[in-house]
Design a protein around this ligand. Structure first.
Ligand SMILES: Cc1ncc(COP(=O)(O)O)c(C=O)c1O
Length: 423
């Protein structure tokens, strides 16, 4: 075996799986709200020789030799993140969104401390206090929820809970909530109870980068995020915010919870931040919102009830019972996948069904927008989804929809021929 062998020569089995995945991503309509198509330049960087480098520590303060390019790379990524999000301090080392959150909690909380976060079954993330996650095991999370009438965050409840429990930190952010966040009110509540305000912007940070949404860093002490969702970067995490917290969080990330950072991913992050600073990315972020709005409208017109009656961001949650009381999120999602429309089942607020089954589906527009689709195509996609759900027992309809999804995707190939693994 030669070091320079391509994957097709060195490992045809994995090469085949990559080609199959490339085909799947190009053949179906990808509506998973937390996914995207990373640009080839980002994937080149994250598949680069930086994967070989160990450089524990931070730029220009390493425990290893040979770090010249690595130091420059990490500093470049930090400087780009600071400029893009207008923050005093950033750490680009977290391996993922979860470790970004873990880094912040480790730095700023003691085990057992009380934290206010959005309840998981109302849209929060596992790392916002789920009892099966380190966050819920190590800390005393109290969950805030949605107002049952408006299905929007009940800010009066947030205030009441904050006054009652005096949390050390308030976590703001979500994985499946489709409305804007009231940062001003969260800030006022945090100030009133002297809590640290952390915004987990994993889902919508790309919309912030593209100036299509307010920047949470204006209000928050700390912002965490992933780099692989609407931001369209490599898989990874990012922490940023006020300089006063920087040293503590840097220490918590390394050596606290991680060893060597993954510099190939940091190279991908640096490219991603550069691309996000270009005018084209603003147009992309704005289009994500317009597409989400068009998709939501089409789905509601077709009879699918959306939680809170629509969306202000890139995602929406549909209540499958509005199509048919018996229709579960699980069946809806798996049938849609069979016809080439990929999304995920998702619990809706106060869902009577178990998380494995659910009564909802979550849809998002970052990937289809990267593929070049616009409002017109969103209307078509909404129609295909409604046809599938309303005629789920009709094999003829499902076959027709399969053909239509494949035809639509042929017009919008996410990667042009020539991309490695392209078939
Ligand atoms: C709000 C939020 N925070 C954190 C994460 C965790 O990111 P990762 O899967 O990279 O650990 C996610 C992932 O979906 C998320 O939605």
């Amino acid at each position: 075996m030669q070091m320079s062998d391509s994957i097709e020569v060195a490992d045809p089995h994995v090469a085949e799986l990559i080609a199959a995945e490339n085909q799947r991503q190009g053949r179906g309509i990808q509506l998973i709200a937390s996914e995207n198509y990373a640009p080839v330049s980002v994937m080149e960087a994250s598949g680069s020789v930086f994967t070989n480098k160990y450089a524990e520590g931070y730029p220009f303060k390493r425990y290893y030799e040979g770090c010249d390019s690595t130091d420059q790379l990490e500093q470049l990524a930090i400087d780009r993140a600071k400029a893009l999000f207008d923050v005093e301090w950033a750490n680009v080392q977290p391996h993922s969104g979860s470790t970004a959150n873990m880094g912040v909690y480790t730095a700023l909380l003691d085990h057992g401390d009380t934290v206010l976060g959005m309840a998981l079954d109302h849209g929060g993330h596992l790392t916002h206090g789920s009892h099966v996650n380190f966050s819920g095991i190590d800390y005393n999370f109290v969950g805030y929820s949605l107002d049952p009438d408006t299905e929007r965050i009940d800010m009066d409840q947030v205030e009441l809970l904050a006054k009652e429990h005096r949390p050390k930190m308030i976590v703001v952010g979500y994985s499946s909530y489709s409305r804007r966040l009231d940062y001003e009110r969260f800030r006022a509540i945090a100030d009133e109870v002297e809590a640290i305000m952390m915004v987990d912007a994993a889902h919508f940070i790309g919309l912030v980068a593209g100036k299509a949404m307010p920047n949470p860093a204006q209000w928050a002490d700390i912002v965490t995020c992933t780099t692989h969702k609407a931001l369209r970067g490599p898989r990874g995490g990012l922490i940023m915010g006020k300089a006063e917290y920087g040293q503590k969080i840097d220490k918590a990330v390394f050596p606290g919870i991680q060893g060597g950072a993954i510099f190939s991913q940091i190279a991908g992050k640096a490219v991603c931040f550069h691309l996000c600073a270009q005018p084209e990315f603003r147009a992309y972020a704005t289009q994500i919102l317009s597409n989400a709005n068009a998709l939501a409208q089409g789905l509601m017109d077709g009879g699918l009830r959306l939680i809170s009656g629509g969306t202000d961001n890139h995602l929406m949650l549909g209540d499958t019972r509005s199509i048919d009381e018996e229709l579960t999120g699980k069946r809806a999602a798996s049938t849609l996948d069979e016809v080439g429309i990929t999304l995920n089942r998702n619990a809706i607020p106060n869902d009577p069904r178990k998380p494995w089954i659910t009564s909802g589906i979550r849809l998002g527009t970052p990937s289809v927008t990267s593929a070049g689709m616009k409002e017109l195509e969103m209307a078509t996609v909404a129609d295909l989804i409604i046809r599938t759900l309303t005629e789920i027992d009709n094999p003829g309809t499902l076959a027709d929809v399969s053909v239509a999804t494949a035809e639509l995707m042929q017009e919008f190939p996410p990667y042009l021929a020539g991309f490695p693994g392209h078939v």
